[in-house]
Design a protein around this ligand. Structure first.
Ligand code: FAD
Length: 380
């Protein structure tokens, strides 16, 4: 039996960020990351992720954008120092207004939102063409200089190395059972690990835990393709328009993503490839003939009804925490929310209501019921 202070089940963006924030708050904490498959084995394995604070048709500023950016950038800076490869491309994000309606929405966002100085600007159609000559005709667009592309597998690799150096233990291996007997015991075929606190960061698989089956998490499959371009494209901004087109290095371009609410399996398929080819052909017609699809990837995002992540302690089982629902903004949200969760775990500081369990009325009902019934212990 091996004893830890906190066990984190799931080695994606949420799990690694939680481990880091915990040990950085208290370097004496013994933390285990238990990953069922491999680091980045879930949605976080996306080959290239875009970081864009102005999302949706109305280019709304994401929740706590400044704090999210500050924390992500700090982590990128730190991990870049220990990585042998480039972790991010900082060419900004261009959101072309593909029609007049979108142009109107974008201009309104600039007018009505208090964007931090220097983050975002309106470009007319000539300026858009100058920035991205290959792009199809637009009605102007917004350029988000803060936006960037992260090479996620390299980021996770550097992150894992950093955490190991900071004393975090990593363990890999298939199925396990969870027992709640005062603390939490995680047993796999070979071993047992015990801790007073356990954080489940299993992405869309979180719903498979009986403790969290009431959580309103949806699974949305996404596919992404990588293209080799004969032309050098590394200097280009990422383009966000019904998905994204992002340079990954000198000659590779990532095109994402599909949003599949109903799917039969988790693998990439020909329909996905067709959609992504079409996206590239439509958005960057001049570049398309010089590009060849060389890879395809798929993953499942966990999303919530209000599109904000969810974090906190179980309404009934003390010491059991969750952090999930990062949707399509895992890079931007993971570090900031992990820091809030780590403070909640170590100092019992309340989490903001917007990301708490209790914003979902069903969870509030369950908490009230648990209070009436008293606590119980059981096994998974
Ligand atoms: C096609 C696509 C494109 C995307 N593009 C972007 C983007 O441009 N920008 C962006 O910010 N985000 C993007 N995302 C979303 C981002 O990838 C997710 O928000 C993020 O990865 C979720 O991280 P997570 O740690 O919550 O979950 P996951 O990454 O799914 O991690 C869960 C981990 O838990 C493991 N696991 C599962 N069950 C268990 C268990 N029972 N016990 C232990 N471990 C378990 C899994 O193997 C996995 O490693 C994209 C997603 C997809 C699918």
């Amino acid at each position: 039996m091996k004893i830890f202070d906190v066990i984190i089940a799931g080695g994606g963006l949420a799990g690694l960020a939680t481990a880091a924030q915990l040990v950085e708050k208290n370097k004496n904490l013994k933390v285990l990351v238990y990953e069922a498959n491999q680091i980045g084995g879930g949605a976080s394995g996306v080959p290239a992720g875009m970081v864009n604070p102005a999302t949706g048709q109305r280019a709304r500023m994401v929740w706590n954008a400044e704090a999210c950016f500050r924390m992500l950038e700090k982590r990128l800076e730190q991990l870049s120092g220990i990585s042998n490869t480039i972790l991010r491309l900082q060419n900004g994000v261009l959101r072309p207004a593909v029609d007049e309606n979108l142009a109107k929405n974008f201009k309104q966002s600039l007018k009505n939102t208090r964007w931090p100085k220097g983050w975002i600007e309106w470009l007319d159609s000539d300026q858009v063409r100058k920035l991205m000559p290959h792009l199809k005709e637009s009605s102007g667009g917004i350029f988000i200089s803060k936006g960037k592309v992260v090479r996620t597998p390299d980021y996770l690799e550097a992150y894992t190395r950093y955490l190991k150096d900071a004393g975090v233990t990593f363990l890999f291996g298939g199925p396990y059972s969870l027992e709640n007997n005062g603390g939490w015991t995680l047993k796999n075929r070979k071993d047992a690990f015990i801790a007073p606190k356990l954080v489940l960061t299993a992405g869309y698989k979180t719903k498979e835990s009986k403790y969290w089956s009431d959580l309103p998490l949806n699974s949305v499959k996404g596919q992404l393709a990588i293209y080799h371009c004969d032309e050098k494209i590394r200097q280009l901004p990422a383009v966000s328009a019904y998905g994204y087109i992002a340079p990954v290095d000198d000659h590779q371009l990532a095109v994402g993503s599909t949003y599949e609410h109903h799917f039969h399996d988790e693998n990439p398929d020909v329909q996905g490839a067709g959609q992504l080819d079409q996206k590239l052909r439509e958005m960057i017609p001049d570049l398309y003939p010089k590009c060849q699809r060389i890879g395809q990837w798929s993953g499942i995002r966990a999303t919530t009804p209000d599109r904000l992540p969810v974090a906190g302690e179980h309404y009934e089982k003390k010491g059991l925490y969750i952090y999930a629902g990062l949707g399509s903004k895992g890079l931007l949200y993971s570090e900031f929310i992990a820091s809030l969760l780590a403070t909640h775990i170590t100092e019992k500081k309340d989490l903001p209501y917007e990301i708490s369990l209790y914003r979902f009325s069903r969870m509030e009902e369950l908490r009230d019921k648990a209070r009436e019934d008293g606590d119980t212990s059981d096994q998974d």
